[in-house]
Design a protein around this ligand. Structure first.
Ligand code: MN
Length: 723
């Protein structure tokens, strides 16, 4: 195990200003926190955070990152809390450790390949600070290095997850060394046979062509030396996994792969890169189509290099990568190297070039953002500190209780979540639990929230949800469901109307008979025809005629005209009213309202529904000559606490506190005031006309309120509004 002073020394060697005290305290704290915990290998657990810190020290990262690495498993795996870390190490390190703890909690999520991209995004979205990702990658790398101690099933799962998420992430952050090592370890675990075949073949090839490679290497060195270019030349063997990937991608056999051997040429200046390339091309013939200049056009992850393939001695294809030392560091260490080299002119120049040349369409624009921050910060430490990942801020990622990951636009609610799972789940959604707690459906979801949808088959989505939902899918589904619900109500209403007419002719309603008659009415099916009756587009009499029932139209008119008189009797033929909810086809006449106990009647308005009038409403007179629009209604049993509107009017004496007296009485007696208008009488008068739309339980409740008002000295002539 690495000693405390060894770690501190490693850090101070590249950063003399590092906070030694901080590193010492973090070392001691983590060691004590992990105490006697053991890893699967049997060694002390503390060795793991220590090795993670060492990996990051190799990358020459700042003291806060090293401290966070030492502490990264304390909150999740020991008794420590974020609070505790914050008190002892300050908010900066506490935030880093907290970020790592949150990411670790994601490990329980089921990880399917199809979710990998989303998980990668979630990881980025949750890591507000790039250092969290750096520690996480180092953490994963060390876990991979010690994977032999882990049970085979778990080993395969970790390897697959690394291939899906962490290795590509390392690649996109430009950290090629970490990516290569991750892929090599995982390939060995996931595909041992292929790995063995390729490794064996590689070592045979190496033996066969060993001398040739040496020959080329020496010739390259000599050529550069002659022309005064200070270059390092390395023979470079392709890794088994990258060979395998190429074979798969291009459907080639191992023998068909020609450029297994490559060289890397590292020079001092950008100018020398192009000179070296010229020399190589002059010496050997370049393979057409293989030349790539990633210096003038860097890759998304800021990789810069010149690639070319030439036909070398013995007709062997040799791949060559030519780059400067700094380009090389950045290619291998990515973000971490940027922190070190930010001050050099070469990086600055390349960064401004990247800014102009990079395609904006890439989802990984964030590296560009990193580059921008890079130029603004002062020190490497500051660079890392201020590198917030402004990525995917327009999205949130949430989980189902089973761990399925759902990506939603920012501002999305549990309603959107439910519809994202399935339309039927959205339609039947009545409530939700977020992270195990009941929450309103209007709650805005946050990254990492676990959302459980509570459903009821009796539910249809309220039309008001359309305004709450954010996603197009949810909005469209709610509109669809609302239309369907309204149509169903109209169909029910139509059925009531037709049944009632049939009753008068002593005929029983029959679905079968109606289904036969429907084509004659020009409708597709019974529901369609009944909804048309409900909407008032089709008259019930026409339906009877289509059913072959002899109808004397005069009789029908006469019968209809009498209908209002019958309305109050709660006869079996009346349609029960239980209220008029928003989105319902039933509504109360706005001028009068109507409450249980009052006799009511309905008037059909085509395409809108039925308006409920109290029988005394003067407005009913205008429908006297349209008997086909009258419908019998009766009060059903209201739901508990359900209120109904009634408009009342009174004279109010113009004196201080009279209005307050009125509202007080209504409030005392449990009425709700929905609307209130106050009008001064014409001329010189001491009276106002006061009209109130009050919400009450029933007729008796309304009378109590009216009597209460009559008892007040400032109130005269209280009466129900009739028109
Ligand atoms: Mn760990």
């Amino acid at each position: 195990m690495m000693r405390q002073y060894e770690l501190v020394e490693r850090v101070t060697r590249y950063d003399p200003d590092a906070d030694e005290d901080l590193l010492n305290r973090a070392y001691v704290y983590a060691m004590k926190a992990h105490g006697n915990q053991k890893r699967e290998s049997g060694e002390a657990y503390f060795n793991h955070p220590l090795e993670v810190a060492a990996i990051l020290a190799d990358m020459k990262l700042d003291d806060a990152t090293i401290a966070a690495a030492l502490l990264h498993d304390t909150v999740e795996d020991t008794g420590s809390t974020t609070q505790d870390i914050s008190e002892k190490f300050g908010p900066e390190i506490a935030a880093l450790v907290d970020g790592l703890t949150k990411i670790k909690q994601l490990d329980r999520v089921t990880r399917e390949a199809t979710q990998a991209e989303n998980l990668r995004k979630l990881l980025l979205a949750m890591s507000r600070d790039v250092r969290v990702l750096l520690v996480k990658l180092a953490d994963r790398l060390h876990n991979l290095r010690t994977l032999e101690w882990v049970k085979p099933e778990k080993r395969a799962r970790i390897a697959q997850e690394t291939m899906d998420i962490y290795a590509p992430l390392a690649g996109r952050m430009g950290m090629q060394l970490i990516r290569d090592e991750m892929e090599d370890i995982c390939f060995r675990i996931l595909n041992p046979d292929a790995n063995k075949i390729i490794t064996d073949r590689l070592s045979r090839l190496h033996q066969e062509s060993g001398n040739i490679l040496l020959e080329i290497e020496q010739e390259l060195r000599r050529t550069f030396e002659e022309k005064g270019i200070d270059a390092n030349v390395f023979g470079r063997e392709k890794r088994p996994y990258s060979i395998w990937r190429k074979m798969e991608r291009k459907h080639l056999s191992l023998d068909q792969l020609s450029d297994i051997f490559g060289f890397r040429v590292i020079v001092s200046t950008l100018d020398e890169c192009y000179r070296a390339m010229g020399l190589v091309h002059r010496r050997w013939r370049a393979v057409p189509g293989r030349f790539k200049d990633y210096i003038s056009t860097p890759k998304q992850n800021d990789y810069r290099s010149i690639h070319t393939t030439v036909v070398g001695p013995h007709h062997m294809r040799v791949e060559m990568q030519i780059r400067t030392k700094i380009m090389h560091e950045i290619a291998e260490r990515g973000v971490a190297a940027h922190a070190l080299y930010k001050d050099t002119a070469e990086v600055k120049q390349a960064d401004s070039g990247a800014r102009e040349g990079t395609a904006e369409s890439s989802a990984y624009r964030w590296l560009r953002h990193l580059m921008e921050v890079l130029q603004e910060g002062d020190s490497p430490k500051e660079f890392l500190e201020h590198t917030r990942l402004e990525l995917f801020h327009d999205q949130v990622f949430c989980f189902t209780p089973k761990g399925q990951l759902i990506a939603l636009p920012r501002g999305a609610t549990p309603i959107d979540f439910a519809y994202a799972l399935h339309t039927s789940i959205g339609d039947s959604c009545v409530g939700c639990r977020i992270n195990g707690r009941h929450a309103p459906l209007v709650t805005q979801l946050n990254n990492g929230d676990e959302v459980e949808i509570i459903r009821s088959d009796a539910q249809t989505p309220p039309p008001a949800w359309e305004a709450i939902a954010v996603t197009g899918k949810a909005k469209a589904a709610i509109r669809r469901a609302t239309r369907a619900a309204v149509r169903k109500q109209f169909a029910g209403l139509g059925k009531d109307i037709v049944s009632k007419l049939l009753e008068r002719h002593k005929v029983e309603f029959s679905d079968k008979a109606l289904a036969v008659a429907v084509p004659r009415l020009g409708h597709k099916n019974s529901d369609d025809a009944l909804a048309a009756v409900g909407r008032g587009e089709l008259s019930g009499v026409d339906v009877l005629k289509a059913l072959g029932i002899a109808v004397d139209e005069k009789d029908v008119r006469a019968a209809k005209r009498k209908a209002p008189l019958k309305a109050g009797k709660e006869g079996a033929s009346a349609i029960p009213v239980r209220g008029a909810a928003a989105g319902s086809v039933l509504r109360f006449h706005r001028q009068t309202g109507a409450v249980p106990g009052e006799r009511i009647v309905g008037i059909i308005t085509p395409n809108e529904g039925i308006t409920i009038f109290p029988i005394f409403a003067t407005a009913l007179e205008q429908f006297d000559n349209q008997p086909e629009r009258w419908v019998d209604l009766a009060w059903g049993t209201p739901e508990e606490g359900q209120r109904f509107p009634a408009r009342i009017t009174m004279e109010l004496i113009n004196e201080v506190g009279s209005l307050a007296q009125v509202t007080h009485v209504i409030g005392e007696l449990g009425g709700n005031i929905d609307e209130l208008t106050l009008q001064k009488r014409e001329g010189i008068s001491d009276f106002f006309d006061l009209t109130i739309l009050v919400e009450v339980f029933d007729n008796r409740h309304l009378n109590d309120i009216m009597n209460g008002l009559k008892g007040k000295s400032s109130v005269n002539k209280v009466r129900r509004v009739t028109g």
